[in-house]
Structures are given as C-alpha cells and as structure tokens.
Design a binder for this molecule. Structure first.
Ligand SMILES: NC(=O)c1ccc[n+]([C@@H]2O[C@H](COP(=O)([O-])OP(=O)(O)OC[C@H]3O[C@@H](n4cnc5c(N)ncnc54)[C@H](OP(=O)(O)O)[C@@H]3O)[C@@H](O)[C@H]2O)c1
Length: 238
C-alpha cells in the first residue's frame, strides 16, 4: 500500500463517519496519504486531529459548485491521486418511503449525492488519476476509483426506491467507466460493504440489532483487500 518514498495518495468522500471513517483510519494506519471530505466541519476537524498528516476537506459532494474546489484541495493536499473512494451517500427520504410517497426532490437529492456527485468528482480528478496510471511502476501503484454501492442496487426492497435506483445507476456507471478508462490504466470498481453498523444504517432501519451487523472496521478491511488486489493487477503501461 505504500513504501517509504511514495505512499498511496487516497481521497475518500464521507470520511468522518461509518465505513468512510474506518477506511480513512485503515489507510492512514497503512501509511497512505489520505484526504477525506464531509460536510460537518466540526467532525472533519475532529477526525483530522485524530489522524496526524490526514487532510480534512469540508464540502458537499452533491453541490455542483463545490466539485472543483474539492478536487483542487485533494490535489493540493496529496500532490496527485492514486485512489478515489466515492463513499458519501444519501438515503433519500427518511424515514424510508414507498416510491409513490417519495417526493421528486428527495429522488433528485439521492441522485445528486449518490450518482451525479461521485461522477462529477471523479471527472474532475480524472487527469490526476490518469497521470498516476501513466507513472505506474515500482514507485507508483496505478490508479483506481471505488464507488460504494449496496445490495439495494440489485434487490428491489420496498421503501428503498430512491437509494436503490441511485446505487444501481452508480454500479452501472462504474462498469461502463471501467471499460472506457481501461486504455488509460484507470480502474473503476463498485463495492457493496454489506450490512454495517453505522449511523446511516440506524437511520434507515432503527429497529435492527447492531449486534447482527458488520463492524465498520471489518468492512473497511474487506475494502482495503479489494483495493490492494485491484492495484496489484493493474497492468504496467496500460
Ligand atoms: N451501513 C450500511 O449497512 C451500508 C450498506 C450498504 C452500503 N452502504 C454504503 O456505504 C457508504 C458509507 O455509508 P455509512 O453507512 O458509513 O454512512 P454514514 O455513517 O452515514 O457516513 C456517511 C458519511 O458521508 C458524509 N456525507 C454524507 N453526505 C455527504 C455529502 N453530500 N457530501 C459530503 N459528505 C457527505 C457524512 O458526513 P456529513 O454528514 O458531515 O457530510 C459521513 O461522513 C455509503 O455509500 C452507503 O450507501 C452502507
């Protein structure tokens, strides 16, 4: 994941809570150079203080006018980018609602955070990722985008319409972009963490027993393993 001269340069959206926070911690622990994004400035500051050398960026990935500032801050903080994890997410209507009871604005908001935001941010950072892919060699691991999806992208759970539709679109976007970016050496993967004990899960299913859910650190370990496997198989000069 890193060597003494060239640590992995990683950006994670939604890095102040749940899976994103566990991933920020796991990558930081492995010696990666980490920048993370979330909206709540206080929580961003708290995480950055907990992890010396990490870079907290306050921003809303759903806001069109914030994308380029966030991308610039990521590049400035890391000096380039090898890994982008689009993890921040919106449930849409809370409490969850049947589609017939879902306001169009709530559907739009889920799509803005879960699909258009990740697309916009990845697009703004594509030059940096392609540059990292070109530099791949003993010093550089290649370039990767991981989009966090859900089984709600595949299974039509009643009440999960806005979220499920946005995650299904993100999963297909990932597959198509992976094909299109192959010649540039940038991989794009989707990852479903399973049922994880996080604030988002508690918001969606308050009656769920946390003891039956995966710990965020365990989901983050699985994600790190996926990242390591993907970067290890990146083709030199692809
Ligand atoms: N938990 C599960 O069981 C589960 C299952 C399947 C998939 N997932 C997926 O896993 C990912 C992580 O979810 P989680 O459960 O860890 O959620 P979480 O604990 O609620 O954390 C969400 C993070 O995203 C940030 N965020 C939310 N909206 C944002 C925005 N518009 N701009 C920037 N940051 C934003 C939040 O901070 P701020 O509020 O301060 O912005 C927070 O840091 C999501 O993609 C989710 O869909 C989770």
């Amino acid at each position: 994941m890193s060597n003494p001269t060239t640590p992995l340069r990683a950006a994670i959206t939604g890095g102040s809570s749940g899976l994103g926070l566990a991933l920020v911690r796991a990558l930081h622990e492995r010696g990666a150079l980490v920048a993370f994004v979330a909206r709540d400035a206080q929580r961003v500051r708290r995480v950055a203080a907990e992890l010396p050398g990490s870079h907290g960026i306050v921003g809303d990935i759903a806001a069109q006018d914030a994308t380029h500032r966030i991308a610039l801050q990521i590049n400035a903080a890391l000096g380039g980018l090898d890994l982008l994890v689009n993890n921040a997410s919106s449930l849409g209507p809370v409490p969850l609602a049947l589609l017939a009871d879902t306001d169009c604005e709530d559907l739009e908001s889920a799509l803005a955070t879960n699909l258009v935001g990740p697309f916009r941010l990845a697009k703004a950072l594509l030059g940096s990722l392609a540059a990292a892919a070109r530099e791949r060699g003993p010093q550089r691991p290649g370039a990767l985008v991981v989009n966090i999806v859900s089984d709600a992208a595949v299974t039509p759970y009643a009440g999960w319409g806005a979220y499920g539709a946005s995650k299904a679109a993100l999963a297909q976007l990932s597959r198509i972009w992976d094909e299109e970016l192959r010649e540039h050496g940038v991989q794009v993967l989707a990852f479903d963490p399973g049922d994880v004990d996080t604030p988002l899960h508690a918001l969606a299913l308050p009656e769920a027993d946390p003891a039956t859910l995966k710990r965020p650190a365990e989901a983050a370990r699985e994600l790190v393993a996926l990242i390591e496997t993907a970067l290890a198989r990146a083709e030199p000069g692809a």
